[in-house]
Ligand binder design. Sequence first.
Ligand SMILES: Nc1ncnc2c1ncn2[C@@H]1O[C@H](COP(=O)(O)OP(=O)(O)OP(=O)(O)O)[C@@H](O)[C@H]1O
Length: 316
Amino acid sequence: MTTEGTLVGERYRLDQPIGRGRTGIVWLTYDTRLHRTVAAKRCYLPPGLEGERAERARETALRQGRDAIRVVHPCAIAVFDALRDGDDVWLVMEYVPSRSMADFLAEHGELTPEQAAFLGVQLGSALAAAHAVGLPHRGVEPGNVLLADDGGVKITDIGIDGGPLDPAYQAPEVAKGAQATAAADAFSLGATLFRAVEGMPPFGPDGTGEPVPPRRSGPLTGALLKLLRDDPMLRPTMTDTVTSLKAITQGQQAAIVPPTAPAMPTVPVLPATRVRPHAPPPAPTRTGPDVRRWVLTAVAVLVAVLVGIAVAELFF
Ligand SMILES: Nc1ncnc2c1ncn2[C@@H]1O[C@H](COP(=O)(O)OP(=O)(O)OP(=O)(O)O)[C@@H](O)[C@H]1O
């Protein structure tokens, strides 16, 4: 039983629930060794496994977590630790105040093609970094995209088995039982961006319907259709995808990510003080007595006395 205050792995103190996924709760957590706030999530283990098979599932989860640590990219949630605590395997990640893209779309509706292309550039470059270390994500979908309160975009759960995938975002070959590859990630990214712009996944909610004709995708349409090709060999690589999506966002990057309300209360920022650039230095102010005037007066008095003495000596 995990409750507030539980110490996981004798190090990570679970402080507060911050989100709920299919595998359970994500906790705002305090790392008592490094004295910093992190996020901790219990890994998915297939239900109903016993003994040897359960043990193998735990080892797989632990290995996936440790593999994810190798992916280092500003648009990928950093995984700090993967550890065993009793029968559970935990993932310790960087904490990013955010909400998932799935929640955001449900609340705010569709994105423009340019906004979706901007998200695609961020997500695609994080996925390219994962592919470069031989790690397909295997679960790209709006629930695994975090829109940060500071305007950033981060993909989470790279290479982590999060239980049954949403079929709406699954590549057709994966749905038929093939292993998820980098090309399957390309399809899932295409389906995620398609959902963001068109309001529904490209083959309907269960991924098996008729292709939904793109109506709102505008300049994004070509890139989306390439990502969604049926044959995985014909889909573009992530690097190529990033290049083509960048062209769509060219000159439109500013304020393209819709603002998200803070997921957690944040410390208020002090009001910024306005500093005038190149302000003239302040005029010197007189603080002490005026020494110069006193010296001049004293010299004048002395000269007058000396002249007086000289005149007196001449005439008397
Ligand atoms: N590193 C994090 N920092 C801050 N909040 C997070 C973090 N990871 C997840 N969350 C929050 O927790 C919620 C649930 O995350 P989780 O990854 O479990 O969801 P999911 O992807 O929908 O489920 P699943 O585990 O089945 O993939 C997210 O929607 C997000 O709001």
